[in-house]
Ligand binder design. Structure first.
Ligand SMILES: Cc1cc2nc3c(=O)[nH]c(=O)nc-3n(C[C@H](O)[C@H](O)[C@H](O)COP(=O)(O)O)c2cc1C
Length: 290
C-alpha cells in the first residue's frame, strides 16, 4: 500500500510538492490530474511534502493526525535575538554540585531531535548519565586511554602508529602532548580535567552503518547546547570521551552501547556556578566569494 496519497479534491496541481520533495517523488500528472507518486521507495519521510502543501492535500502514513502542527512565524526569534544566543553560548565547565532536573534534560533532548540528519535517518541515540560512580568511571577510563596515547606519542617509534591512527601530521600529534600530559597528571592528583565535575553526561551513539553519524550527533548536540543555554544550563563538548570511545571499547561496554553502534558525540551539562556576562569577538570569517 502507498505511504503517500494525494487528496484529488483538495489538490490544485500547484506543483509545490514536486518543487519541494528532495527525492523527486512527485511527478506532474496528465493535464488536470493530481501529481503522480513515483519511486516512493526512496522517500526518507522528511515530511516536506506534508509540511509545505498549501491545501493539506497530501497524506503520509508516517505523519498521522497530531504529528503535523502549524509554524507560528510570529513566535520566531529575530536575527538579533538568535545572534545574541549564539554569542552568549560558551563552553561552561564550572558547575554547581547538584543534579540536573530530568524535566530540563528532556527539553534539551527534545531540541536535539530537530537537528538535520543525513538522509533524515534521525538515528542518533542518547545515554544520559547522572550516576556519580558511572561518571567517575567514564573519566577514569578516558584518562587511562590518553595516558597510553601520551606514552605512545613520547616514543618516536610508536608515535608513527598514533599518527596513522589519527590521520594527522606529526606536528599535530606532537602538539597534543602537553594537553594530554596535563590531563593525565591531573588525573593522578585526583583532579578531573575531563568531565570537570559535571553532574550530567550525555553520550550520543548510532549504528555504524548510518550515513554521516558524526555530523548527525554534532548537529544534535549543537541544538542541545543552544537549548541548554536558554534553560539556564551550562554545557560543553567532550571530544576527549568521543576520541577514547573510538579506540577503547571499555567505555562502550560500561555504558552498554550496542555492539553495532559507535559513540559519535558527548556533552556535559550542569547548573553553572556563574555565567558569562560578556561576549568576546571572534576572527572574521575567512571567505572567498566566487
Ligand atoms: C568537537 C569538539 C570537541 C571538544 N572537546 C572538548 C573536550 O573534550 N573538553 C573540553 O573541555 N572542551 C571541548 N570542546 C570545547 C572547545 O574547547 C570550545 O568549544 C572552544 O574552546 C571554543 O569555546 P566556546 O565553546 O566557549 O565558544 C570541544 C569542542 C568541540 C567543537
Amino acid at each position: 500500500m502507498s505511504r503517500i496519497t494525494i487528496d484529488a479534491a483538495r489538490c490544485t496541481r500547484c506543483g509545490t510538492c514536486a518543487a519541494t520533495c528532495p527525492e523527486a517523488i512527485f511527478a506532474a500528472g496528465e493535464a488536470d490530474a493530481t501529481p503522480k507518486i513515483v519511486h516512493e521507495s526512496v522517500c526518507t519521510s522528511c515530511g516536506h511534502c506534508v509540511a509545505i502543501c498549501p491545501h493539506d492535500a497530501i497524506h503520509h502514513s508516517d505523519f498521522p493526525e497530531g504529528s503535523i502542527r502549524p509554524v507560528d512565524h510570529d513566535r520566531l526569534p529575530s536575527h538579533e535575538q538568535v545572534l545574541e544566543l549564539l554569542r552568549a553560548r560558551r563552553s561552561l565547565r564550572d558547575f554547581e554540585d547538584e543534579p540536573v532536573e530530568r524535566e530540563l534534560l528532556e527539553k534539551v533532548l527534545d531540541a536535539a531531535r530537530f537537528a538535520p540528519t543525513a538522509h533524515n535517518t534521525q538515528s542518533t541515540e542518547y545515554i544520559v548519565i547522572q550516576d556519580k560512580a558511572a561518571l567517575d568511571q567514564v573519566s577514569e577510563l578516558t584518562a587511562r586511554y590518553f595516558a597510553a596515547i601520551a606514552k605512545q606519542i613520547r616514543n618516536p617509534l610508536t608515535r608513527v602508529f598514533v599518527r596513522m591512527m589519527s590521520g594527522s601530521t606529526y606536528e599535530s600529534v606532537l602538539g597534543l602532548l602537553p594537553d594530554l600530559e596535563m590531563l593525565v597528571e591531573a588525573a593522578h592528583e585526583g583532579k578531573d580535567l575531563i568531565l570537570r565535575g559535571a553532574p550530567c553526561l550525555v553520550v550520543c551513539h548510532a549504528e555504524v552503518s548510518v550515513h554521516f553519524p558524526d555530523q548527525n550527533a554534532t548537529l544534535a548536540l549543537h541544538n542541545a547546547t543552544l537549548a541548554a543555554e536558554t534553560l539556564g544550563l551550562g554545557s560543553f563538548h567532550l571530544g576527549y570521551i568521543v576520541g577514547a570511545c573510538k579506540r577503547d571499547k571499555r567505555i562502550a561496554r560500561l555504558l552498554d552501547i550496542p555492539k553495532n553502534h559507535e559513540v559519535y558525540g558527548a556533552m556535559a551539562f550542569g547548573h553553572p556556578k556563574r555565567r558569562f556576562t560578556k561576549w568576546i569577538e571572534r576572527k572574521p570569517p575567512r571567505v572567498r566569494w566566487v
